[in-house]
Ligand binder design. Structure first.
Ligand SMILES: [Zn+2]
Length: 350
């Protein structure tokens, strides 16, 4: 993508953000306990693991970058997918229209109502379970041609299913990530008010003894200049924000994740935090703008390095605004779903 195109998108997203109405009022209560649900595919099998996570930056289609919005569970084509809750079953084909601020509008065509192949692309098929609380559990990339007969009958009649039932099988995805097949189930948990909840919070905790890493930190001054910051540095000017490059890996050391919690904490108590451990929403319960969380690119020695997230490129540059007037010793702490942390400390001289 050209720099100009990227910048235009960025400016457009800023414009759209101002006109996007608030859909969230508060985080909704829900009847589920943390880490209590089973994952929809068997993660004890050798090659199954988590791929892209909830707040991951994605830019697959050379269009608008967007938040992933769910969790990918990398599996093998043909493996069974299990219902994770009781509820009413629904199915259909879907596609997305970019909204420009890091989100998509979803077009959903119920199963049986699609016209022709254009509307019914086999790889974009969804089975959803609507729990009695109103929470919607979505399972994308199930093979629409291999739905079990009893499930098909329930889809057509609006029936209910029970946790643990096989709802379908993983479809072959024909894409490779870091050289490996990316057959996967994309798993969304959506609150009744439309908040994308974090499936990692709801589902069984996955073993992870590997801490996330802060690979670089820069400070941006009022002129937009970036300066690298090193552990223990004393900054003698007035920076406006930090740019932190970080990544996370689960035990398998294979896939690069976006850490879901990043905190800038001053000894004075002032802080700035992105915390998507529970839901894709900011501290005001608003959907975050993707460009408030990620900087599109950084310039180092006149070279632009982009935030990236596609099948082969993972690079995350996160923004942490410095609270007005904050100074003194501070730490930047990043945390993964397991509670492993990485910490970086320095000082802003008053
Ligand atoms: Zn996905």
């Amino acid at each position: 993508m050209s720099t100009q195109k990227f910048l235009n998108q960025y400016l457009e997203s800023q414009r759209l953000l101002k006109t996007t109405p608030s859909i969230f009022k508060t985080f909704p209560p829900h009847p589920f306990t943390k880490h209590s649900l089973h994952w929809p595919v068997d993660l004890s099998l050798r090659n199954n693991r988590l791929g892209n996570l909830l707040a991951q930056f994605q830019s697959y289609y050379y269009g608008y970058p967007y938040f992933h919005g769910g969790v990918d569970i990398i599996s093998q084509a043909g493996e069974p997918v299990f219902a994770t809750v009781d509820g009413k079953i629904e199915a259909g084909f879907y596609n997305y229209v970019a909204s420009g601020n890091g989100y998509f509008e979803k077009k959903f065509i119920p199963y049986g109502e699609h016209k022709g192949k254009e509307e019914a692309r086999d790889q974009y098929f969804e089975i959803a379970i609507i729990h009695k609380s109103g929470y919607r559990f979505e399972f994308h990339h199930i093979d629409p041609n291999k739905i079990p007969n009893d499930i098909l009958i329930k889809i057509k009649s609006g029936g209910s299913i029970k946790v643990g039932e096989i709802i379908g099988y993983v479809i072959p995805f024909h894409s490779k990530t870091l050289g490996e097949n990316y057959d996967h189930i994309h798993y969304n948990i959506i609150s009744p008010s439309g908040i994308k909840m974090n499936p990692e919070w709801f589902s069984q905790l996955i073993s992870d003894r590997v801490s996330p890493k802060i690979s670089a930190l820069w400070v941006m001054d009022t002129q937009g200049q970036l300066t690298p910051v090193h552990e223990g540095f004393q900054l003698s000017f007035n920076p406006t924000e930090f740019i932190v490059e970080s990544f996370d890996q689960k035990d398998d050391l294979f896939y690069f994740h976006q850490p879901h919690k990043i905190t800038l904490l001053f000894e004075s108590g002032q802080k700035t935090e992105w915390n998507f451990s529970y839901a894709l929403a900011d501290e005001n319960f608003m959907p975050p703008n993707i460009f408030d969380y990620f900087v599109p690119f950084i310039s180092i020695n006149h070279q632009k390095i982009y935030t990236e997230g596609d099948y082969d490129h993972f690079r995350f540059f996160n923004r942490l605004q410095i609270p007005p007037g904050a100074s003194g010793p501070f730490s930047i702490i990043i945390e993964d779903a397991h509670g492993n942390t990485a910490k970086f400390s320095a000082t802003i001289l008053p």
